[in-house]
Write a new protein. Structure first.
Length: 196
């Protein structure tokens, strides 16, 4: 029979699992982070893990999502400080470029490569992936509402374009580091031009 935990205990266990999952992700990646390692670090029985998460992938995704949300919130905050009259395609591009560069610097997000992302997404329930994509689309729509943009803008296409740019960042070595930043900025500018 599963042990009953108080709200405080549940909150503590979830917090510790996320903390250790972040460390394991940074050290081992998705593939080599195991439930056994996580429960050992948190000092809970393996069965207890499954009271909180259906799989390690859901936990790992939550950890990644929290970092993703922090970056999105930072971008939204930065955009809110710019006046409409000062917003140009170059200014908007620079802000989004900085967003992608910050993403690259985050230890967990920097560690993930296309194989790791593909593995994680493949093992997540479809509704979790769809909810994430919808949340990204909603976030982009809120940010675009701050500025005058083209009428009849397909927000889902813009969101997909930014996802494509993100996946391009996972291929930095393939693109070539010498021209990577310039290429990234050009891709972003191309999307921004479609928006403004």
């Amino acid at each position: 029979m599963p042990k009953c935990y108080s709200d405080d205990e549940r909150e503590y266990i979830v917090s510790r699992l996320k903390e250790e999952a972040a460390k394991c992700l940074a050290q081992y990646g998705v593939r080599h982070t195991t439930v056994d390692e996580l429960v050992k670090r948190v000092n809970i029985p393996k069965g207890t893990f499954y009271l909180f998460y259906k799989s390690k992938e859901i936990l790992l995704f939550e950890v990644i999502q929290e970092q993703h949300d922090a970056i999105n919130n930072g971008l939204a905050q930065a955009l809110s400080t710019i006046s409409i009259k000062d917003m140009s395609a170059d200014t908007f591009t620079d802000m989004i470029f900085d967003f992608f560069k910050k993403t690259e610097e985050m230890p967990i997000l920097r560690l993930l490569n296309t194989d790791e992302v593909e593995l994680l997404v493949r093992k997540l329930p479809r509704e979790v992936v769809e909810a994430h994509l919808q949340e990204d689309t909603d976030t982009i729509e809120k940010m675009l509402a701050m500025f005058p943009v083209k009428k009849k803008l397909d927000v889902k296409a813009i969101s997909a374009a930014f996802h494509a740019i993100y996946f391009a960042t996972l291929h930095k070595a393939d693109i070539g580091e010498a021209h990577y930043d310039e290429a990234l900025r050009m891709l972003i500018y191309g999307v921004v031009e479609q928006i403004m």
